[in-house]
Write a protein that binds this ligand. Structure first.
Ligand code: NAD
Length: 498
């Protein structure tokens, strides 16, 4: 597989259909977080001028791309999906090397990216508006969906393949051109996405990619007057700044941000199923998912048994370099993130009872990476910091409650509202939970982490603002509606309707 980055050369920006060497004077070296003696990429901290060049290229490419019939844009995305499907394994390995997650999780992410491309490609033939009966005689009223122009996509490192795809694909299918600013840690997946789109026949300038620091090239993308919309995924701290800056520029903005996802377990739940899927939700991908399970709210009469089962599973989680067969959990993404998690473990010890894990793993191959043993805290008060703040590590807090109402109240006692789940066999409780839980995604008897390629994805409260991503809602973000009135009376009307 040819990529525009090698282990030594710096990644190049993709501007106007060409891979261009950055004029950056500063570079960021990315190492494999499971094996830090391996350099995976050198990322240029590109200049604002380079971002402006990318925006100009996207602007220049817009008229022709807008004029391209939507079904032709769809064919291009189908070709993209086909190429990507043919290289799921190599893409997954690339992803694991730069981000660290277990290969099995990377394969799921690559497949999900293909699924999203296929769904969006099919939507090219359904970019229809509506027609309406008119108030006036001999008048035809209808709506059409218009692209916005140049849109900016700003993405995090934790889903370096799927998130760029789920922003770029609907943006392009709707007739927009795009500039992507990927996370600093994970340039290689973004490069491969752009290369595959180019191989599939994407015209020059329709997608551009600029690497660099968020506060420089990311900010330029957000502030630039020629950028009509920003789709951001990342932390709530940065998202709220981007939302405010976008509003000042009268841009459309969507921000998908942090999570602190609760699982409610009632006394009638199937505990082996619940404990196994809480373990996957909390420790899988090293807890570095926006949908990771981080709070278990459980009826106290079954809590001891549940915690025992969960601790047993945490103890046998297979941890190591995600490229090794059978590994279930890789490292934290970098040293800073690992230290953040370790800091939260210390904070947690003051509020709850540490049942297991929470220490850095050392010895042998562990010494080369940022590995932490999965941690479980029990008897955690709902208002404590580990129960309220996003940790982004393999840490789960168990909160004991007396009954369903208290569980629901505890689950909703949080600034975030992304995903949630309930384990019970009582249909009345299931529906009550679905009605009242304050999250954008909810599951019954399943982990908080699953989502599909054609359902809306995103959260409420401090997790999400603006339109949902993925599915039809995701596509709507990238279009404006135009209302059209066609008068075929052939004369001036006597009144507005006659
Ligand atoms: P982050 O907010 O630090 O960075 C995200 C992106 O924003 C990066 O590309 C970064 O360079 C850029 N950026 C930073 N400052 C900027 C600025 N001033 N202007 C413009 N761009 C700027 O987030 P992260 O650490 O990369 O990702 C982890 C976070 O993402 C977690 O909080 C996680 O919950 C969240 N996330 C949310 C979802 C969701 O759909 N809700 C999905 C995945 C990740």
């Amino acid at each position: 597989m040819a990529t525009a980055a090698t282990t030594t050369a710096a990644c190049r920006n993709f501007i106007g259909g060409k891979w261009v060497e950055s004029k950056a004077t500063q570079f960021f070296e990315r190492r494999n977080p499971a094996s830090t003696d391996e350099i995976v990429a050198r990322i240029p901290l590109s200049t604002r001028e380079e971002m402006r060049a990318a925006i100009a290229a996207a602007k220049a490419a817009f008229p022709a791309w807008h004029d391209t019939p939507a079904p032709d844009r769809g064919k291009l995305l189908f070709r993209t999906a086909q190429i990507m499907e043919g290289e799921i394994d190599s893409l997954a390995r690339l992803l694991t090397r730069e981000e660290g997650k277990a290969l099995a999780d990377s394969i799921v992410e690559a497949q999900r990216s293909v699924n999203i491309l296929q769904f969006v490609a099919g939507e090219a033939r359904r970019l229809n508006g509506e027609s309406f009966p008119s108030e006036a005689r001999k008048n035809f009223s209808y709506t059409i969906k218009m692209p916005l122009g140049v849109v900016g996509a700003i993405t995090p490192w934790n889903f370096p393949l799927a998130i760029p795809v789920w922003k770029i694909a609907p943006a392009l299918i709707a007739g927009n051109t795009c500039v992507l600013k990927p996370a600093e840690f994970t340039p290689l997946c973004a490069i491969r996405v752009a290369e595959i789109l180019a191989e599939a026949g994407l015209p020059a300038g329709v997608l551009n990619v600029v690497f660099g620091a968020g506060e420089e090239v990311g900010d330029e993308l957000v502030q630039h007057p020629d950028v009509r919309a920003i789709s951001f995924t990342g932390s709530t701290e940065i998202g709220s700044q981007i939302y405010a800056a976008g509003a000042r520029g009268m841009k459309k903005v969507q921000c998908e941000m942090g999570g602190k996802n609760p699982v409610v377990i009632l006394a009638d739940a199937d505990l082996p199923v619940a404990s196994a899927s809480v373990a996957t939700g909390a420790f899988g991908s090293t807890g570095q998912r926006c949908t990771a399970t981080s709070r278990v709210i459980i009826e106290e009469k079954i809590a001891d048994e549940f915690v025992k089962m969960l601790a047993e599973r945490a103890g046998n989680f297979r941890i190591g370099n995600g490229l090794d067969a059978n590994i279930e959990m890789g490292p934290s993404v970098d040293e800073g993130q690992m230290n953040t998690v370790l800091k939260y473990i210390e904070i947690g010890k003051q509020d709850g009872k540490l049942i297991c894990g929470g220490h850095r793993l050392t010895g042998g191959a562990f010494d080369k990476g940022y590995f932490i043993a999965p941690a479980i805290f029990d008897h955690v008060p709902i208002q404590s910091r580990i129960a309220q703040e996003e940790i982004f590590g393999p840490v789960v807090s168990v909160i004991r409650v007396k009954h369903f109402e208290e569980a629901l109240e505890a689950a909703n006692f949080c600034r975030y509202g992304l995903s949630s789940s309930i384990y019970t066999n009582d249909p009345a409780r299931m529906f009550e939970f679905i009605d009242r839980i304050e999250t954008g995604i909810t599951h019954v008897n399943a982990s908080t982490i699953r989502s599909e390629a054609h359902l809306p994805f995103g959260g409420i409260k401090d997790t999400g603002v603006g339109a949902r991503e993925i599915g039809h809602a995701g596509l709507d973000f990238y279009t404006e509606l135009k209302a059209v009135y066609i008068d075929y009376t052939g004369r001036k009307r006597e009144s507005s309707v006659q």
